[in-house]
Ligand binder design. Structure first.
Ligand code: PGA
Length: 261
């Protein structure tokens, strides 16, 4: 995989927004897979700026969701559907119909998961999939020991992930659902270009294991090593445990300009 070390989160957001811009210019109706959490916010901010300044037309872009809590009432402000509408779809001026995600309030969760995988395939597959990473190495909500060929399905969050996410629920862990629907690792690997952004020292161990460790389901993000075109963008702090950091810096500095991200 390609590892790009950037000075800070803002630079990471701008770099990834540029890659999305290049995609949309060559494929105006691209299917963009978005992630929630704090890390991707600089990407959405940079994308909004491009649209606001008239540098990019995203009017035909389609957006799809990576994961969703199970059991939150429809319209709950922290359901990932609400978050993506608030952070991405609305600010980019896209109609709600351009957005799809799994139904976390479905009565038949397995059927909703299967329907979502089918919908992604019928939409032509994801072009760029933005990913964050959990402190435990999860991508989407594929917690440690998820099958590396998993499809969209229900998962149970680890205690650590529920603690990490309690900040979105007034710091009250009892409000964080136990269950989620997440695109599986196999589903994520079908995206044409997964781009993982990690920032801050808290992610340094997970990044090092993802990039330089063995492929292992105990570090779900390490499955990206199997993808022919996966990019990991990290700020200095998140890169601080990479043994090959100097090599990654030199590789990016000398990268042929025609190659893009
Ligand atoms: P964060 O979440 O960006 O809020 O740290 C990342 C994740 O859990 O995937």
């Amino acid at each position: 995989m390609e590892v790009v070390i950037v000075p800070d989160a803002k630079a990471g957001g701008e770099l990834i927004a540029d890659a999305i811009g290049a995609l949309v210019n060559r494929k105006p109706d691209a299917l963009l897979g978005v992630a929630t959490g704090s890390t991707p916010l600089p990407i959405y901010h940079a994308l909004r700026e491009k649209v606001r300044s008239g540098a990019l037309d995203v009017s035909r872009v389609r957006i799809c969701q990576l994961d969703e809590y199970v059991g939150l009432p429809a319209g709950h402000p922290e359901s990932y559907r609400s978050v993506v509408l608030r952070e991405v779809v609305g600010p980019l001026g896209l109609p709600e119909e351009s957005f799809m995600g799994p139904d976390g309030s479905a009565e038949d969760i397995p059927a909703a998961c299967e329907a979502y995988d089918k919908a992604l395939a019928e939409a032509g597959g994801v072009d760029i999939q933005i990913l964050g990473i959990g402190t435990d190495g999860h991508i989407g909500f594929n917690e440690p020991c998820s099958s590396l060929s998993s499809r969209t399905r229900i998962k149970t969050l680890t205690e650590q992930t529920r603690i990490d996410n309690a900040r979105f629920f007034d710091g009250d862990i009892s409000q964080v659902p136990y269950h989620v629907i997440t695109q599986g690792i196999g589903t994520i690997l079908e995206a044409r270009h997964p781009i993982l952004l990690a920032t801050g020292e808290g992610k340094a161990d997970a990044v090092a294991q993802t990039v330089e460790g063995p492929i292992a389901s105990v570090v779900p993000a390490s499955a990206l090593q199997l993808h022919p075109h996966a990019t990991v963008v990290v700020d200095k702090a998140a890169a601080s445990k990479l043994k090959l950091a100097d090599y990654f810096r030199a590789t990016y500095a000398t990268k042929p300009s025609w190659q893009g991200l």
